[in-house]
Design a binder for this molecule. Sequence first.
Ligand code: BGC
Length: 746
Amino acid sequence: MPLRSRTVLNRFITLTIIIPALGLTSASAQSGGKNHPWNNPSLSADERASMVVKELTLDEKITLLHGTGMRGLSPMSPLSGQSNGGAGYTVGIERLGIPGIQMSDAAYGIRSSGENGRYSTALPSDVAGAASWDLEAGYQYGALIGRELRAQGYNMTLGGGCNLTREPRNGRTFEYLGEDPILAGKMVGSVMKGLQAQHVIGDIKHYALNDQESGRNAVNINIDKRAARESDLLAFEIGIKDSDAAAVMCSYNRVLGDYACENKWLLTDLLKKDWNFKGFVVSDWGGTHSAEKASAAGLDHEEPGELFYGVNLKSAVESGKVPQAEIDDHVHRILRSMFATGVIDDPPRKSVVDVMGGFEVAQTIEEQGAVLLKNDGSQLPLDASKVHSIAIIGQHADVGMISGGGSAQVDPPGGNAIMPPGKGNTYWQAHVWFPTSPLKSIRAKAPGANVQFNSGEDLAAAAALAKSADVAIVFAYQWESEGMDLASLSLPDHQDELIARVAAANPHTVVVVESGGPVTMPWVGQVSAILEAWYAGSSGSDAIANILFGDVNPSAKLPLTFPRSEADLPHPTVVQPGPESLPNYRQREVWNQIATGLAPFQVTYDEGLKVGYKWYDAENKSVLFPFGFGLSYTKYSYSNLKVMPGKTPRVTFTVTNSGSRAGAEVAEVYASLPALAAEPPKRLIGFSKIKLNAGESKEVSVEVEQKYLSIFNVDQNAWQLLPGEYSFMVGGSSQDLPLKQMLSMK
Ligand code: BGC
């Protein structure tokens, strides 16, 4: 649909949604009509929570500490009937005006809208958001999810994944934000700020080191604590601090011997004490394994049911095994989060989702997040007036683009684009194609050209079509999902062979990759252009067509490295669990097996803090495309680096758009620490995305937090800035840093 008619429709929809729907819940309705003293918004969230805690009976307190069940993952309470259809529901305390907590998965949009008869926007996958390196885009990403959650009647998200891409074969890579703790931390912080500004409880997950899906309910992660603090945990630390996230979800796996959801080091020592986290810790679904131990370790809330945090916890309190003060702290944190995010003062109002507005946001984010990886001979942008014929090749590129699966899955309107109408229901781990058609979008861009499609199943036919066209565009995909890891980074279904055959037939071959993370590209030298589209969301094909035809100048950079082969990864394969470490889903009440604790198996991150580019740098391994890399249709140059010393050193430099069209450049700032630190060669310490017209120059200033230049000293349990020579480097990719300045720090 043209943008103008969308805008008109948009206004119409905006008008309709301000008319409150029936079933509206107002703050006074929520408060049972009574004017409770804690309804006073001029009091702090802590004061308000403390007042409520004093009024609660033990039973009421326990009610707030667990969910009401989820089919297949826990017994169901009859109260689950009041759930809004999300993954979690906690009963409120009506007599005191405390509403229930309605939780929905919402990684890149709201889950289960199909079965609930609702509509949700699918944003580009989270990793695409990170590839924008644009914190404002991150904020808009979260704000859209927050608005749609509220419109659907939810007051808490279960999104906010920021596990580092330590293992790129992890099936949830698309739900996360890349391999660098500062980029991932800043980005998740922005997403949560945008979301919580809509008065929805934000949640950051999966805390922590849940970096592979294989055996996730049993695996024990071994890692050196310094390495953990400087890598995976730093992303959480930054995101939580930046956004004041109201909740953190602890993960399924064990860390250094204890399950994450009963790990005192993670939950109390770091999260609640060191980082001063004021919100509550919710277990991943079935991630609770005890009452006493988990409660003492700092788990505040069990989901989805009450295997431990129902009668078990209550009798542990009554018998004195769990102190009353501990329970009060759990409850206080939950209530505080509800007051702080505004879900009590401004409860969700069910309303019509702004569908067209969602399309616009999804498209803009994809335009900002798709990374141009190769563009030989200025193959792109295509000039519609000069291209007479285009071959569109690739599975389902006539009807849709693939999306990421698992609990993140957003349902497409009208169902899966590759299913016959009416048979479009999605199911766990189905490959879901969004109805956003590359063929249609490209035809719309080049109305005068002969644009033909071939699915690529017949290699010879695909090559023949490519040969007959001016340009061949292959849409390649790699699907991934929660609950599985990729066996390899290669494209499935003979697509490598397909691309090689097409490229051999046509020297103007463009490959658009739809993937959740890096893929290997044995054909990289044979094609003229490559665009990494990630999972492109509801309006993916229009966004991609805009980039291919130059209506949008690409500006994204890789948030993770594309290695040459799996052999270059820190671990040759993903360690697989034995049968004793896997739940048997055919058994009824499988949750009891998981809850009791499956036999652990060991995964050791001996690469330590060398995650992503830090690994390849330190090991001197060349890569396919480096972290921070991405091309544009214009050129940027860097000059005038100055580093001002101080508590938070200030790095200033000039970026010039020396090409002939406007664009946006992600300027990246890295540092090398003194040799004494024994760190990898460099680390990202800041970045800034700058819009520049053709010929324009801007001075950029990046303030660097001291922590980003420090190491974590485990003996002193503190970040430490080591004395010595630091080198500051600035440029447009981790491997293209033209500016460099040394600074001595004491
Ligand atoms: C996932 C979480 C999700 C939860 C609720 C779990 O299996 O790991 O990310 O929020 O289910 O659906």
